[in-house]
Design a protein around this ligand. Sequence first.
Ligand code: NIG
Ligand code: FE
Length: 412
Amino acid sequence: MHDNLRACDHIWLNARIASMDPAVDREYGDLENYALGTKAGFIHALVPMSEAVELNSSVSCTDLHQQWVTPGLIDPHTHLVFAGNRANEFEQRLQGVDYQTIAQQGGGIQATVRATRELCEAELYELAKQRLQSWLSEGVTTIEIKSGYGLTLADELKQLRVARQLARTLPVRVKTTLLAAHALPPEYQHDADAYIDFVCHTILPAAVNQGLVDAVDVFCETVGFSKAQSQRVLLTAEQLGLSVKIHAEQLSNQQGAAMAASLGALSADHLEYLDEGGVKAMQAAGTVAVLLPGAFYFLREKQLPPIELLRQYQVPIALASDFNPGTSPLASLRLMLNMACTFFRLTPAEALAGVTRHAAQALGIADECGMIKVGMKADFCCWDIDHPAELAYMVGTHSLRSRVLGGQVVSA
Ligand code: NIG
Ligand code: FE
């Protein structure tokens, strides 16, 4: 028997593996009829079944009977922790009022901020925990969670603590992102620069000191913050040693993606109004394009992100749910795969890379998650499907058979 297999804690036999490893020259990095061995939470062996024949009975095994195995899914952009809902705004928008107008009238993000400030940490935790079940039941093993509905020191930290608590109590990896520059809080209504000072000098350092934050994001938009204000936040974050991301070019072209790329941002997200200069800047910096088809759909956006340019310049494309109560109340990453194919014409293979390898890159964890490869964390899913394209094609079926996190089979 293969030596690496002998040393494993557990072996999954007879697997069809969509490794998503670009070094494997097949559309999904397919490894047909393989054995996958894990050791101490990591993938330790990937061996053709023909080399795994005489299995030592002392190694525990699971026969997958040719089930497909993919990397655990990764949702690299969510606003999971919030209170209340905005069904009333949904109704207004269906009658023709647009998102920006609702925001200018004190609704939008501000409405969720008011509701979120009112709940205590335990209450927010319960809401987020319930929502998170949808991600787990769809095969998600890593989720990013942003703050941004507190906009005070105490309320931003409260949201981040909830995100950290979810990671401690549920079988999922969580990356936290501080998005204190999401909207201007009422306390600073006519002084955005003073609020940016407060974010840079007070909220950011406190979040770092308390170990609550993995990355920093800003909403660079006419209804958010200017490019210069966004840059101040991201520069401060970098000085504190944090990775940076940006909500950019969602509703208009503010050149935010190029600015963030010039700071080496992990990702720029949304990007419907991104131009070629922005694409080039992202390519040069290795910044991932995180597309959010849920927000595109829910806002009935007409402007498509520049998919062909992103392909042409080989900017990695990730996909995320952007789950939030205003622009994407859609708790399904599988639905995003489908929408990315139908709206953005991604191939199902590009879509799957978008919630595995490229999503990992958008979170700065490409060396540990997002592929099935020796040395990576043993986060993977086994599916009752005939082909990986089905993951993007069919929505709402319960095709997940098992979810493995750090080598352990974990239930939803
Ligand atoms: O990603 N663009 C800014 N933030 C969210 C929307 C937040 C909200 O409307 O509550 C987004 O679309
Ligand atoms: Fe968002």
